[in-house]
Design a binder for this molecule. Sequence first.
Ligand SMILES: Cc1ncc(C[n+]2csc(CCOP(=O)(O)OP(=O)(O)O)c2C)c(N)n1
Ligand SMILES: [Mg+2]
Length: 360
Amino acid sequence: MAQAQNVLNQTDKKYIAEVLEDYRLARISRECSLLGRREVLGGKAKFGIFGDGKEVAQLAMAKQFRNGDFRSGYYRDQTFMMAIGALTVKEYFAALYAHTDVEKEPSSAGRQMGGHYSTRSLNADGTWKNLMQQKNSSADISPTGGQMPRLVGLALASKIYRNNKALHHMTNFTNKGNEVAFGTIGDASTSEGPFWESINAAGVLQIPFAISVWDDGYGISVPKKYQTTKSSISEALSGMQRTKDKPGYEIFKTKGWDYADLCATYEKAIKICREEHVPVLIHVEEVNQPQGHSTSGSHERYKSAERLKWENEMDCIEKFKEFILQTEMAAPDELNAIDEQAKKLYVNKKVKRGKNLMIS
Ligand SMILES: Cc1ncc(C[n+]2csc(CCOP(=O)(O)OP(=O)(O)O)c2C)c(N)n1
Ligand SMILES: [Mg+2]
């Protein structure tokens, strides 16, 4: 290990630092989910729905998200929001407790359930912020699938900006239409009408629309064989794949626990989407949900012992840890120390959580 460190150049060192920062954030986000469930079951908050199991995929997605881009997603996206610097641990818990002070709970000042994220586009006096100097998220809504039509609108805006030179002076909103609209949706919600209508519209319009499906195989307790044709949304949509002669989608498949493949897939997908204005579908399979759907249920009641064992073995953060160890980017002690630190962070308010997660 020491020898390996000696031959590393600056680029390698930068890459390793970035990977370890991702790992640290994944752990912090997981600890938030674990504590969040305990807080609800202990009676300190009314309801909780968390992003455990989706951490690694969201870190990969966040790497491609630039200032001026927009998200339109759903309640599993806490890690992504933390990674783009739009959510702190403190804000996350303020939302869980439905804090009504907008300074403390900027997503909705406690008006929405926890897990419903957004960023602010307006200043207190009602004037527009410069959206090109921040990473943006439209406000989540609870009806699953409701994020989809909005995603079409956000992506279409980029195309209009790119094609209409008379709008290029609006530099608070666009850099000549280079912005991508990033969507997220669960596998079961792809069964809904708004999903299909939006997918079709984006294919027809050829807009920078990047939809990620977090596929954990369940919609609450219903397994995907009862929800999705061929139990695979990317197979069901394969006719949308563009060909040499006909525009359509670029469709990607990757796995929720495979950090390296996730990063490579998002890099490739978003480049096409941003540069060519081609819609992309990123089907993230083998995602899991370690704590079950929400605080209103227990997944032990509907998942088989075999499935629960698999979920445990294929936990995305454990697999991420394995990857870091196998590639010798860090020693076990270093990673264990990060794990321990993540557990302490939310109880010790004085500890700094990195530049994006500062608590005080
Ligand atoms: C239109 C609508 N129907 C039903 C619900 C209730 N509901 C909330 S989450 C959910 C399951 C969603 O599963 P999936 O899309 O796979 O996302 P996951 O929670 O598994 O990430 C359902 C049915 C809802 N919120 N909105
Ligand atoms: Mg699901």
